[in-house]
Ligand binder design. Structure first.
Ligand code: FCB
Length: 484
């Protein structure tokens, strides 16, 4: 495995090294201890929605193996563990009664982490909306934001004394556009106007929940949100291609960064989408509720995108999704973007078909620092799916993943050199898990999960990451096979 980047870059001793998972992707136990149904249970059970008909019913069985999993995290040396709470486990129908057994599971997890010296970084919403709330309108309905704040307050009441960072939402872009415009994630609806209403109500949910957590925990609560900001390039400097990039930037990034950090939706996005919606779902006072102070911004990064203005008008379902599959296609074929084409990017690519471009991560972090100086950043997800194989020696020599991590972590260091205030980095993912519409077919873990026995095996990438954490410096890629 070769890389253009040197090894050995040093990181500060207090830099937070972690790894991440999400409830529906790892827990399983979907019918146990009073958990209610989520939109992902419903979506997975709908034929044709998830590859091979997979679902999160068992997943990595983390619900039953939590104690061993925390012990594994300790062996890797993680400083922090980012996980999400399953709202329907804590409040089965998304309103009304709370479920003590669900709260107890997370309380035990947080205690277990505390005993292991690992900081809990909690995400309140990583896509598993209680089905009852979807039945009542889902994220396009304003009331969902208020229900979310009630649930957040309860979670803070029970866990607030022990949680280091509260992340309200993970990637609201995916919830809104994949769930309500492209229909490739739960709940599988396809309506552009609804997806923009969902964007706004997710932003509102962040603000209301962040304030609710602060009210319960006190001013020291660390409030965050995690965004999958797009790094999109224009294919040329022509005004038409630059305008295509501008429109994607607005829909992908501006509709979140604007209200969260600038206190307004970008005027150009409102103009671009005038034929889709009049934005009347934004009520007086909403932007004040949304733009609460952020203690840290979570950044998820995997790949970049390349766009140009096309002569052909694209229509939904025309069979030509962008190079990263369903993710970019969610923003194609809108009235505002139907003349934008996503171009294939040069390799190498991961098993998701995503291009590998660590420079994009440096660029994103430095741009954020320039636009929002003083805002602390944490890379809350970064990692890669590859087709892993178990070697005769029983190990998984995933040097392609090690190389991906090596180069992206170096890219984070480079952003710090350019002044970005990056406080931590979380590998996606701690272990192989249910990769949404791709089911179990894509493995992102640094720990292998055998889906027949549910046995965990740290891959070479886990040994390599452990060494990085121990040494505060990036080990060589080649060293991975002999570590551990
Ligand atoms: C992100 C999600 C995470 C995982 C990675 C690969 O969009 O937040 O759950 O699926 O992609």
């Amino acid at each position: 495995m070769t890389t253009a980047r040197p090894s050995g870059r040093q990181f500060p001793a207090d830099f937070l090294w972690g790894s991440a998972t999400a409830s529906y992707q790892v827990e399983g136990a979907v019918d146990e201890d009073g958990r209610g149904q989520s939109i992902w249970d419903t979506f997975s059970a709908t034929p044709g929605k998830v590859l091979n008909g997979d679902s999160g019913a068992v997943a990595a069985d983390h619900y039953h193996r939590m104690v061993d999993d925390v012990a594994l995290m300790k062996r890797i040396g993680l400083h922090a563990y980012r996980f999400s709470l399953a709202w329907p486990r804590i409040q089965p129908t998304g309103s009304g009664a709370f479920n003590p057994k669900g709260l107890d599971f997370y309380s035990r997890l947080v205690d277990q982490l505390g005993d292991a010296g690992i900081d809990p970084v909690v995400t309140l919403y990583h896509w598993d909306l209680p089905q009852a709330l979807e039945d009542a309108g889902g994220w396009p309905a304003r009331d969902t934001a208020y229900r979310f704040a009630d649930y957040a307050a309860k979670a803070a009441e029970v866990l607030g004394d022990r949680v280091k960072i509260w992340t309200t939402l993970n990637e609201p872009w995916c919830s809104a556009y994949l769930g309500y415009a492209a229909g490739v994630h739960a709940p599988g609806r396809e309506n552009h106007a609804d997806s923009l209403a969902a964007v706004h109500h997710l932003n509102l949910a962040h603000g209301l929940a962040g304030s609710a957590v602060r009210d319960v925990v006190g001013p020291d609560a660390q409030i965050s949100i995690t965004l999958n900001l797009h790094v999109t390039r224009a294919a040329s400097d022509s005004p038409a291609d630059l305008d295509a990039k501008r429109r994607i930037d607005g829909l992908a990034n501006g509709v979140f960064l604007g209200p969260l950090l600038d206190g307004a939706y970008p005027a150009d996005v409102i103009a671009d989408t005038a034929s889709v919606t009049d934005w009347s779902f934004v009520q007086p006072g909403d932007l004040d509720l949304i733009s609460i102070p952020l203690d840290v911004l979570g950044v998820n990064y995997y790949a970049t995108g390349l766009v140009r203005k096309s002569d052909a008008v694209r229509v939904p379902g025309d069979g030509t999704p962008g190079p990263d599959g369903h993710k970019s296609s969610a923003l194609s074929a809108w009235p505002a973007t139907d003349d934008i084409e996503w171009l294939p990017l040069p390799g190498p690519h991961t098993a998701m078909g995503w291009n590998i471009e660590p420079e994009g991560l440096t660029e994103l972090l430095v741009d954020l620092h320039t636009t929002y100086p003083g805002l602390p950043l944490v890379v809350t997800e970064n990692g890669a799916a590859f087709h892993d194989e178990v070697s005769p020696d029983g190990r998984v020599h995933d040097l392609d993943r090690v190389a991906y991590l090596h180069d992206h972590i170096d890219a984070v260091g480079e952003a710090i050199d350019h002044g970005a205030d990056v406080r931590g980095y979380f590998v996606w993912s701690l272990m192989d898990n249910f990769e949404w519409a791709y089911g179990y077919d894509r493995r992102f873990g640094i720990v292998r999960v055998d889906y027949d026995t549910l046995e965990r095996t740290p891959k070479d990438s886990a040994h390599w990451y452990a060494e990085l954490i121990r040494a505060h410096a990036i080990p060589t890629i080649e060293s991975a096979a002999s570590l551990g």
